[in-house]
Design a protein around this ligand. Structure first.
Ligand code: ATP
Ligand code: MG
Length: 441
Protein backbone atom coordinates (compact mmCIF):
# COMPACT_ATOMS: atom_id res chain seq x y z
CA UNK A 1 0.00 0.00 0.00
CA UNK A 2 1.19 3.49 -0.85
CA UNK A 3 0.52 5.93 1.93
CA UNK A 4 -0.52 8.54 -0.65
CA UNK A 5 -3.42 6.22 -1.59
CA UNK A 6 -4.26 5.15 1.94
CA UNK A 7 -6.58 6.67 4.51
CA UNK A 8 -4.50 7.14 7.63
CA UNK A 9 -5.76 10.13 9.60
CA UNK A 10 -2.94 10.40 12.17
CA UNK A 11 -3.47 12.88 15.00
CA UNK A 12 -0.67 15.00 16.47
CA UNK A 13 -2.47 15.86 19.66
CA UNK A 14 -3.38 13.32 22.29
CA UNK A 15 -7.17 13.28 22.69
CA UNK A 16 -8.00 14.50 26.18
CA UNK A 17 -10.46 11.74 27.13
CA UNK A 18 -8.06 8.92 26.27
CA UNK A 19 -6.51 7.92 29.57
CA UNK A 20 -4.77 4.66 28.69
CA UNK A 21 -2.05 3.98 26.13
CA UNK A 22 -4.04 1.74 23.82
CA UNK A 23 -6.92 4.19 23.56
CA UNK A 24 -4.53 7.09 22.93
CA UNK A 25 -2.53 5.27 20.30
CA UNK A 26 -5.56 3.85 18.52
CA UNK A 27 -6.99 7.35 18.13
CA UNK A 28 -3.67 8.96 17.25
CA UNK A 29 -2.71 6.25 14.76
CA UNK A 30 -6.01 6.65 12.93
CA UNK A 31 -7.23 3.15 13.75
CA UNK A 32 -10.67 4.02 15.10
CA UNK A 33 -12.97 6.98 15.45
CA UNK A 34 -15.62 7.14 18.12
CA UNK A 35 -19.02 7.75 16.58
CA UNK A 36 -20.97 7.80 19.84
CA UNK A 37 -20.25 6.51 23.33
CA UNK A 38 -18.71 3.05 23.06
CA UNK A 39 -19.41 2.79 19.33
CA UNK A 40 -16.49 3.01 16.93
CA UNK A 41 -15.83 3.36 13.26
CA UNK A 42 -13.01 0.97 12.36
CA UNK A 43 -10.75 2.96 10.07
CA UNK A 44 -8.63 1.04 7.54
CA UNK A 45 -5.58 0.52 9.78
CA UNK A 46 -7.64 -0.61 12.77
CA UNK A 47 -9.84 -2.81 10.63
CA UNK A 48 -6.79 -4.62 9.24
CA UNK A 49 -5.59 -5.51 12.73
CA UNK A 50 -9.09 -6.54 13.76
CA UNK A 51 -9.25 -8.92 10.79
CA UNK A 52 -5.85 -10.42 11.58
CA UNK A 53 -6.93 -11.14 15.14
CA UNK A 54 -10.22 -12.59 13.93
CA UNK A 55 -8.33 -14.83 11.50
CA UNK A 56 -6.02 -16.22 14.20
CA UNK A 57 -9.04 -16.94 16.38
CA UNK A 58 -10.72 -18.61 13.40
CA UNK A 59 -7.74 -20.83 12.59
CA UNK A 60 -7.42 -22.00 16.18
CA UNK A 61 -11.16 -22.64 16.46
CA UNK A 62 -11.02 -24.71 13.29
CA UNK A 63 -8.08 -26.69 14.67
CA UNK A 64 -10.12 -27.36 17.80
CA UNK A 65 -12.80 -28.89 15.60
CA UNK A 66 -15.29 -26.04 15.86
CA UNK A 67 -17.28 -25.19 12.72
CA UNK A 68 -17.84 -21.60 11.62
CA UNK A 69 -21.26 -20.13 10.91
CA UNK A 70 -22.92 -16.73 11.23
CA UNK A 71 -25.89 -15.72 13.30
CA UNK A 72 -27.62 -12.34 12.92
CA UNK A 73 -27.07 -9.34 15.17
CA UNK A 74 -30.80 -8.74 15.56
CA UNK A 75 -32.64 -11.42 17.51
CA UNK A 76 -36.23 -12.12 18.30
CA UNK A 77 -37.13 -11.61 21.97
CA UNK A 78 -39.00 -14.91 21.85
CA UNK A 79 -35.88 -17.05 22.34
CA UNK A 80 -34.96 -14.98 25.35
CA UNK A 81 -38.44 -15.17 26.83
CA UNK A 82 -38.32 -18.93 26.59
CA UNK A 83 -35.12 -19.13 28.65
CA UNK A 84 -36.24 -16.43 31.04
CA UNK A 85 -33.32 -14.21 30.13
CA UNK A 86 -35.38 -11.45 28.53
CA UNK A 87 -36.25 -10.04 31.91
CA UNK A 88 -33.11 -11.21 33.67
CA UNK A 89 -30.68 -9.46 31.34
CA UNK A 90 -31.54 -5.95 32.43
CA UNK A 91 -30.69 -2.55 30.95
CA UNK A 92 -27.54 -3.75 29.18
CA UNK A 93 -29.76 -5.23 26.50
CA UNK A 94 -30.77 -2.98 23.63
CA UNK A 95 -34.43 -3.69 23.02
CA UNK A 96 -36.03 -2.80 19.71
CA UNK A 97 -39.58 -2.83 18.39
CA UNK A 98 -40.25 -3.31 14.69
CA UNK A 99 -43.11 -1.74 12.68
CA UNK A 100 -45.39 -4.64 13.58
CA UNK A 101 -44.74 -4.10 17.29
CA UNK A 102 -42.70 -7.27 17.48
CA UNK A 103 -40.02 -7.26 20.15
CA UNK A 104 -36.49 -7.60 18.90
CA UNK A 105 -33.11 -7.02 20.44
CA UNK A 106 -29.53 -6.43 19.36
CA UNK A 107 -27.78 -9.58 20.54
CA UNK A 108 -25.44 -9.28 23.53
CA UNK A 109 -24.64 -13.02 23.12
CA UNK A 110 -26.20 -16.01 21.33
CA UNK A 111 -26.90 -18.96 23.66
CA UNK A 112 -30.67 -18.64 23.38
CA UNK A 113 -30.69 -18.33 19.59
CA UNK A 114 -28.30 -21.17 18.93
CA UNK A 115 -30.09 -23.51 21.34
CA UNK A 116 -33.31 -22.82 19.46
CA UNK A 117 -31.58 -23.43 16.13
CA UNK A 118 -29.91 -26.62 17.31
CA UNK A 119 -33.01 -28.24 18.78
CA UNK A 120 -34.88 -27.85 15.55
CA UNK A 121 -32.44 -30.13 13.70
CA UNK A 122 -30.72 -32.49 16.10
CA UNK A 123 -32.61 -35.42 17.60
CA UNK A 124 -30.11 -38.15 18.38
CA UNK A 125 -26.96 -38.58 20.45
CA UNK A 126 -25.43 -39.91 17.22
CA UNK A 127 -25.34 -36.36 15.91
CA UNK A 128 -23.29 -35.21 18.92
CA UNK A 129 -20.81 -33.85 19.83
CA UNK A 130 -20.99 -30.60 17.89
CA UNK A 131 -19.14 -27.34 18.29
CA UNK A 132 -20.20 -24.24 16.34
CA UNK A 133 -18.90 -20.69 16.39
CA UNK A 134 -19.18 -17.30 14.78
CA UNK A 135 -17.55 -13.89 15.03
CA UNK A 136 -20.26 -11.32 15.21
CA UNK A 137 -20.89 -7.84 16.54
CA UNK A 138 -22.56 -7.68 19.90
CA UNK A 139 -24.24 -4.80 21.66
CA UNK A 140 -24.31 -4.28 25.40
CA UNK A 141 -25.47 -0.97 26.74
CA UNK A 142 -22.60 -0.79 29.23
CA UNK A 143 -23.09 1.60 32.12
CA UNK A 144 -19.58 2.99 31.61
CA UNK A 145 -18.14 2.44 28.17
CA UNK A 146 -14.49 3.41 28.43
CA UNK A 147 -10.89 2.77 27.43
CA UNK A 148 -11.81 2.91 23.76
CA UNK A 149 -12.55 -0.47 22.22
CA UNK A 150 -11.70 -2.29 25.44
CA UNK A 151 -15.10 -1.63 26.94
CA UNK A 152 -17.27 -0.65 24.05
CA UNK A 153 -21.01 -0.91 23.66
CA UNK A 154 -20.74 -2.41 20.19
CA UNK A 155 -17.92 -4.95 20.05
CA UNK A 156 -16.79 -7.96 18.07
CA UNK A 157 -16.84 -11.29 19.85
CA UNK A 158 -16.06 -14.79 18.75
CA UNK A 159 -18.51 -17.05 20.52
CA UNK A 160 -18.50 -20.81 20.24
CA UNK A 161 -21.05 -23.26 21.58
CA UNK A 162 -20.61 -26.95 22.35
CA UNK A 163 -23.35 -29.60 22.40
CA UNK A 164 -22.81 -32.92 24.15
CA UNK A 165 -24.82 -35.87 25.39
CA UNK A 166 -23.62 -35.77 29.01
CA UNK A 167 -21.34 -33.84 31.39
CA UNK A 168 -18.37 -36.14 30.78
CA UNK A 169 -18.53 -35.54 27.05
CA UNK A 170 -18.98 -31.80 27.67
CA UNK A 171 -15.69 -31.78 29.60
CA UNK A 172 -13.92 -33.11 26.55
CA UNK A 173 -15.28 -30.19 24.50
CA UNK A 174 -14.28 -27.79 27.24
CA UNK A 175 -10.69 -29.05 27.23
CA UNK A 176 -10.53 -28.59 23.45
CA UNK A 177 -11.46 -24.96 23.83
CA UNK A 178 -9.23 -24.48 26.85
CA UNK A 179 -6.19 -25.59 24.85
CA UNK A 180 -7.28 -23.65 21.77
CA UNK A 181 -7.48 -20.47 23.86
CA UNK A 182 -3.94 -20.84 25.18
CA UNK A 183 -2.66 -21.25 21.61
CA UNK A 184 -4.81 -18.43 20.25
CA UNK A 185 -3.45 -15.76 22.57
CA UNK A 186 0.12 -17.00 22.26
CA UNK A 187 -0.04 -16.51 18.50
CA UNK A 188 -0.86 -12.85 19.14
CA UNK A 189 2.21 -12.46 21.30
CA UNK A 190 0.18 -12.54 24.50
CA UNK A 191 0.46 -14.59 27.65
CA UNK A 192 -3.13 -15.13 28.76
CA UNK A 193 -3.63 -16.78 32.12
CA UNK A 194 -6.71 -18.96 32.66
CA UNK A 195 -8.32 -17.97 35.94
CA UNK A 196 -11.06 -19.63 37.87
CA UNK A 197 -14.38 -17.93 37.20
CA UNK A 198 -17.81 -18.12 38.70
CA UNK A 199 -19.92 -21.01 37.44
CA UNK A 200 -23.09 -19.69 39.02
CA UNK A 201 -25.73 -22.20 40.03
CA UNK A 202 -24.22 -25.00 37.94
CA UNK A 203 -21.14 -25.29 40.13
CA UNK A 204 -18.13 -27.38 39.24
CA UNK A 205 -14.76 -26.29 37.97
CA UNK A 206 -15.53 -25.54 34.35
CA UNK A 207 -15.50 -21.79 33.97
CA UNK A 208 -12.36 -19.82 33.21
CA UNK A 209 -11.61 -16.29 32.25
CA UNK A 210 -8.43 -15.67 30.28
CA UNK A 211 -6.62 -12.54 31.36
CA UNK A 212 -3.54 -10.78 30.13
CA UNK A 213 -1.63 -8.90 32.77
CA UNK A 214 -1.51 -5.13 32.31
CA UNK A 215 -1.32 -2.25 34.76
CA UNK A 216 -4.35 -0.67 33.15
CA UNK A 217 -6.47 -3.82 33.41
CA UNK A 218 -9.90 -3.46 34.97
CA UNK A 219 -9.64 -6.65 37.03
CA UNK A 220 -7.55 -7.33 40.08
CA UNK A 221 -5.94 -10.76 39.78
CA UNK A 222 -4.00 -13.17 41.97
CA UNK A 223 -2.00 -16.03 40.53
CA UNK A 224 0.93 -18.37 40.72
CA UNK A 225 3.86 -16.76 38.91
CA UNK A 226 4.67 -19.90 36.92
CA UNK A 227 1.44 -19.50 34.95
CA UNK A 228 2.84 -16.35 33.42
CA UNK A 229 5.88 -18.14 31.99
CA UNK A 230 4.32 -21.32 30.65
CA UNK A 231 4.67 -21.83 26.90
CA UNK A 232 1.53 -22.59 24.87
CA UNK A 233 0.73 -26.30 24.53
CA UNK A 234 0.63 -26.27 20.73
CA UNK A 235 -1.66 -28.57 18.80
CA UNK A 236 -2.60 -31.70 20.74
CA UNK A 237 -4.47 -34.54 19.12
CA UNK A 238 -5.81 -36.57 22.02
CA UNK A 239 -8.38 -35.89 24.72
CA UNK A 240 -5.91 -37.16 27.31
CA UNK A 241 -3.23 -34.69 26.27
CA UNK A 242 -5.70 -31.81 26.42
CA UNK A 243 -6.98 -32.89 29.81
CA UNK A 244 -3.39 -33.04 31.07
CA UNK A 245 -2.82 -29.43 29.99
CA UNK A 246 -6.04 -28.39 31.70
CA UNK A 247 -5.01 -30.15 34.91
CA UNK A 248 -1.50 -28.73 34.81
CA UNK A 249 -2.69 -25.14 34.42
CA UNK A 250 -5.59 -25.31 36.81
CA UNK A 251 -3.56 -26.95 39.56
CA UNK A 252 -1.84 -23.59 40.07
CA UNK A 253 -3.68 -20.80 41.85
CA UNK A 254 -5.23 -18.13 39.61
CA UNK A 255 -8.33 -16.10 40.32
CA UNK A 256 -9.79 -12.69 39.73
CA UNK A 257 -10.93 -10.52 42.58
CA UNK A 258 -14.47 -11.94 42.68
CA UNK A 259 -13.24 -15.53 43.00
CA UNK A 260 -10.22 -14.80 45.17
CA UNK A 261 -9.65 -16.98 48.23
CA UNK A 262 -6.96 -15.44 50.43
CA UNK A 263 -6.40 -18.65 52.41
CA UNK A 264 -5.78 -20.69 49.27
CA UNK A 265 -3.53 -18.00 47.84
CA UNK A 266 -1.48 -18.02 51.06
CA UNK A 267 -0.54 -21.65 50.30
CA UNK A 268 1.33 -20.51 47.16
CA UNK A 269 5.05 -20.10 48.02
CA UNK A 270 5.65 -16.45 48.86
CA UNK A 271 8.10 -15.89 46.00
CA UNK A 272 5.55 -17.28 43.55
CA UNK A 273 2.63 -15.11 44.63
CA UNK A 274 1.68 -12.59 42.01
CA UNK A 275 -0.98 -9.98 42.48
CA UNK A 276 -1.51 -7.73 39.50
CA UNK A 277 -4.10 -6.25 37.22
CA UNK A 278 -5.48 -7.91 34.14
CA UNK A 279 -7.61 -7.51 31.03
CA UNK A 280 -10.23 -10.20 30.38
CA UNK A 281 -9.77 -11.29 26.79
CA UNK A 282 -11.84 -14.46 26.89
CA UNK A 283 -14.26 -16.46 28.96
CA UNK A 284 -15.17 -20.12 28.61
CA UNK A 285 -18.06 -21.65 30.42
CA UNK A 286 -19.78 -24.98 30.88
CA UNK A 287 -23.41 -24.41 31.78
CA UNK A 288 -24.96 -27.83 31.32
CA UNK A 289 -28.68 -27.66 30.58
CA UNK A 290 -29.21 -24.05 31.67
CA UNK A 291 -30.70 -23.24 28.24
CA UNK A 292 -31.53 -26.67 26.87
CA UNK A 293 -33.83 -27.48 29.84
CA UNK A 294 -36.17 -24.47 29.53
CA UNK A 295 -36.06 -24.76 25.72
CA UNK A 296 -36.62 -28.48 25.76
CA UNK A 297 -33.59 -29.05 23.57
CA UNK A 298 -33.19 -32.80 23.86
CA UNK A 299 -31.70 -35.69 22.00
CA UNK A 300 -32.42 -39.35 22.26
CA UNK A 301 -29.60 -41.17 24.06
CA UNK A 302 -28.29 -44.71 23.52
CA UNK A 303 -30.73 -45.75 26.28
CA UNK A 304 -33.67 -44.68 24.12
CA UNK A 305 -34.57 -41.89 26.53
CA UNK A 306 -34.51 -38.16 25.92
CA UNK A 307 -31.68 -36.16 27.44
CA UNK A 308 -31.18 -32.43 27.75
CA UNK A 309 -28.23 -31.36 25.62
CA UNK A 310 -25.23 -30.39 27.75
CA UNK A 311 -23.78 -27.12 26.54
CA UNK A 312 -20.88 -24.76 26.97
CA UNK A 313 -20.04 -21.38 25.51
CA UNK A 314 -16.66 -19.90 24.70
CA UNK A 315 -16.12 -16.20 24.08
CA UNK A 316 -13.13 -14.25 22.80
CA UNK A 317 -13.15 -10.45 22.91
CA UNK A 318 -11.86 -9.92 19.36
CA UNK A 319 -12.16 -6.12 19.29
CA UNK A 320 -11.02 -5.79 22.92
CA UNK A 321 -7.87 -7.69 21.94
CA UNK A 322 -6.83 -4.90 19.58
CA UNK A 323 -6.55 -2.64 22.62
CA UNK A 324 -5.23 -5.42 24.83
CA UNK A 325 -2.34 -6.18 22.49
CA UNK A 326 -1.39 -2.49 22.40
CA UNK A 327 -1.46 -2.33 26.21
CA UNK A 328 1.01 -5.21 26.21
CA UNK A 329 3.11 -3.96 23.28
CA UNK A 330 4.00 -0.25 23.10
CA UNK A 331 6.56 2.35 24.15
CA UNK A 332 6.36 6.12 24.55
CA UNK A 333 6.49 6.62 20.78
CA UNK A 334 3.65 4.32 19.85
CA UNK A 335 2.54 0.80 19.12
CA UNK A 336 4.89 -2.16 18.64
CA UNK A 337 2.85 -4.77 16.77
CA UNK A 338 3.68 -8.45 17.14
CA UNK A 339 4.36 -9.70 13.61
CA UNK A 340 1.30 -11.94 13.58
CA UNK A 341 -1.20 -9.09 13.89
CA UNK A 342 0.71 -6.13 12.41
CA UNK A 343 -1.42 -4.22 9.88
CA UNK A 344 1.54 -4.13 7.46
CA UNK A 345 4.72 -6.15 7.72
CA UNK A 346 7.13 -3.29 7.09
CA UNK A 347 7.20 0.41 6.36
CA UNK A 348 9.30 2.01 3.66
CA UNK A 349 10.29 5.62 4.29
CA UNK A 350 11.31 7.71 1.31
CA UNK A 351 13.46 10.56 2.70
CA UNK A 352 13.84 12.49 -0.56
CA UNK A 353 10.81 12.29 -2.72
CA UNK A 354 11.57 13.46 -6.24
CA UNK A 355 15.16 12.21 -6.11
CA UNK A 356 15.33 9.77 -8.97
CA UNK A 357 17.61 7.25 -7.32
CA UNK A 358 15.73 7.30 -4.00
CA UNK A 359 12.35 6.98 -5.70
CA UNK A 360 13.61 4.07 -7.81
CA UNK A 361 15.10 2.28 -4.79
CA UNK A 362 11.84 2.66 -2.85
CA UNK A 363 9.84 1.30 -5.79
CA UNK A 364 12.24 -1.64 -6.04
CA UNK A 365 11.93 -2.44 -2.31
CA UNK A 366 8.17 -1.99 -2.45
CA UNK A 367 7.84 -4.43 -5.35
CA UNK A 368 10.12 -7.02 -3.73
CA UNK A 369 8.49 -6.89 -0.30
CA UNK A 370 5.06 -7.09 -1.92
CA UNK A 371 6.14 -10.12 -3.95
CA UNK A 372 7.40 -11.74 -0.74
CA UNK A 373 3.96 -11.21 0.88
CA UNK A 374 5.32 -8.82 3.50
CA UNK A 375 2.53 -6.37 2.66
CA UNK A 376 4.61 -3.16 2.96
CA UNK A 377 3.34 0.34 3.60
CA UNK A 378 5.31 2.78 1.48
CA UNK A 379 5.47 6.31 2.86
CA UNK A 380 5.67 8.16 -0.44
CA UNK A 381 4.28 11.41 0.95
CA UNK A 382 5.97 14.79 0.73
CA UNK A 383 6.28 15.27 4.49
CA UNK A 384 9.49 16.02 6.38
CA UNK A 385 11.67 13.13 7.55
CA UNK A 386 10.96 13.77 11.24
CA UNK A 387 7.24 13.57 10.63
CA UNK A 388 7.63 10.33 8.70
CA UNK A 389 9.74 8.72 11.45
CA UNK A 390 7.29 9.72 14.16
CA UNK A 391 4.31 8.46 12.17
CA UNK A 392 5.97 5.14 11.38
CA UNK A 393 6.93 4.62 15.05
CA UNK A 394 3.39 5.52 16.12
CA UNK A 395 1.67 2.98 13.85
CA UNK A 396 4.16 0.38 15.02
CA UNK A 397 5.00 -1.77 11.99
CA UNK A 398 7.59 -4.39 12.98
CA UNK A 399 10.27 -3.19 10.51
CA UNK A 400 11.12 0.06 8.77
CA UNK A 401 13.36 0.55 5.76
CA UNK A 402 14.62 4.11 5.51
CA UNK A 403 15.86 5.18 2.10
CA UNK A 404 17.85 8.42 1.74
CA UNK A 405 20.22 9.85 -0.85
CA UNK A 406 23.32 9.68 1.34
CA UNK A 407 23.09 5.99 2.22
CA UNK A 408 22.02 5.08 -1.26
CA UNK A 409 25.27 6.54 -2.71
CA UNK A 410 27.02 3.73 -0.82
CA UNK A 411 24.38 1.27 -1.89
CA UNK A 412 22.82 1.12 1.61
CA UNK A 413 19.46 1.58 3.25
CA UNK A 414 18.72 1.61 6.97
CA UNK A 415 16.61 -1.13 8.53
CA UNK A 416 15.04 -0.42 11.88
CA UNK A 417 13.48 -3.06 14.08
CA UNK A 418 10.62 -1.30 15.86
CA UNK A 419 10.64 -3.47 18.99
CA UNK A 420 14.35 -3.10 19.87
CA UNK A 421 14.98 0.21 18.15
CA UNK A 422 18.04 -1.39 16.56
CA UNK A 423 19.17 0.15 13.27
CA UNK A 424 21.40 -1.50 10.69
CA UNK A 425 22.72 -0.27 7.37
CA UNK A 426 22.56 -2.86 4.65
CA UNK A 427 22.15 -3.33 0.93
CA UNK A 428 18.65 -3.50 -0.46
CA UNK A 429 19.05 -7.19 -1.10
CA UNK A 430 20.20 -7.83 2.47
CA UNK A 431 17.31 -5.74 3.82
CA UNK A 432 14.75 -7.76 1.87
CA UNK A 433 16.35 -11.04 2.96
CA UNK A 434 16.49 -9.92 6.56
CA UNK A 435 12.81 -8.94 6.72
CA UNK A 436 11.48 -11.92 4.79
CA UNK A 437 13.64 -14.13 7.00
CA UNK A 438 12.12 -12.63 10.13
CA UNK A 439 8.61 -13.34 8.87
CA UNK A 440 9.47 -16.86 7.78
CA UNK A 441 10.27 -17.85 11.37
P1 ATP B 1 -16.65 -8.09 31.38
O1 ATP B 1 -16.52 -8.83 32.69
O2 ATP B 1 -15.35 -7.49 30.90
O3 ATP B 1 -17.79 -7.14 31.34
P2 ATP B 1 -18.18 -10.28 30.41
O4 ATP B 1 -17.84 -11.24 31.47
O5 ATP B 1 -19.47 -9.59 30.46
O6 ATP B 1 -17.00 -9.18 30.31
P3 ATP B 1 -18.44 -12.30 28.39
O7 ATP B 1 -19.90 -12.31 28.33
O8 ATP B 1 -17.71 -13.39 29.05
O9 ATP B 1 -17.95 -10.91 28.98
O10 ATP B 1 -17.90 -12.06 26.90
C1 ATP B 1 -16.78 -12.72 26.32
C2 ATP B 1 -15.65 -11.73 26.03
O11 ATP B 1 -16.11 -10.60 25.30
C3 ATP B 1 -15.03 -11.14 27.28
O12 ATP B 1 -14.06 -12.01 27.81
C4 ATP B 1 -14.42 -9.87 26.75
O13 ATP B 1 -13.13 -10.12 26.23
C5 ATP B 1 -15.34 -9.46 25.62
N1 ATP B 1 -16.21 -8.35 26.04
C6 ATP B 1 -17.24 -8.38 26.92
N2 ATP B 1 -17.82 -7.19 27.06
C7 ATP B 1 -17.13 -6.34 26.24
C8 ATP B 1 -17.25 -4.96 25.94
N3 ATP B 1 -18.18 -4.20 26.51
N4 ATP B 1 -16.39 -4.42 25.04
C9 ATP B 1 -15.43 -5.19 24.46
N5 ATP B 1 -15.29 -6.49 24.70
C10 ATP B 1 -16.11 -7.08 25.58
MG1 MG C 1 -16.76 -12.81 31.75
Amino acid sequence: MRLSNYFLPVLKETPADATIASHRFMLRAGMVKQDSAGIYIWLPLGFKVLQKIEQIVREEQNKAGAVEMLMPTIQSANHWKETGRYDAYGPEMLRITDRGDRELLYGPTNEDMITDMFRSYVRSYKDLPQMLYHSQWKFRDERRPRFGVMRGREFLMKDAYSFDIDPAAARVSYYKQFVAYLNTYARMGLQAVPMKADTGPIGGDLSHEFLILAETGESEVFCHKDLVDMPPPGYLDTDEAREAVFKERTSLYAATDEMHDADEFAKVPADKQLSARGIEVGHIFYFGDKYSAPMNAQVQGPDGKNHNIMMGSYGVGVSRLVGGIIEACHDENGIIWPKSVAPFGAGIINLRKGDEAVDAACEDIYAKLSAANIDPLYDDKDDRGGQKFARMDLIGLPYQIVVGPRGLKEGKVEVKTRASGEKQDMTIEAAINFITGEFAE
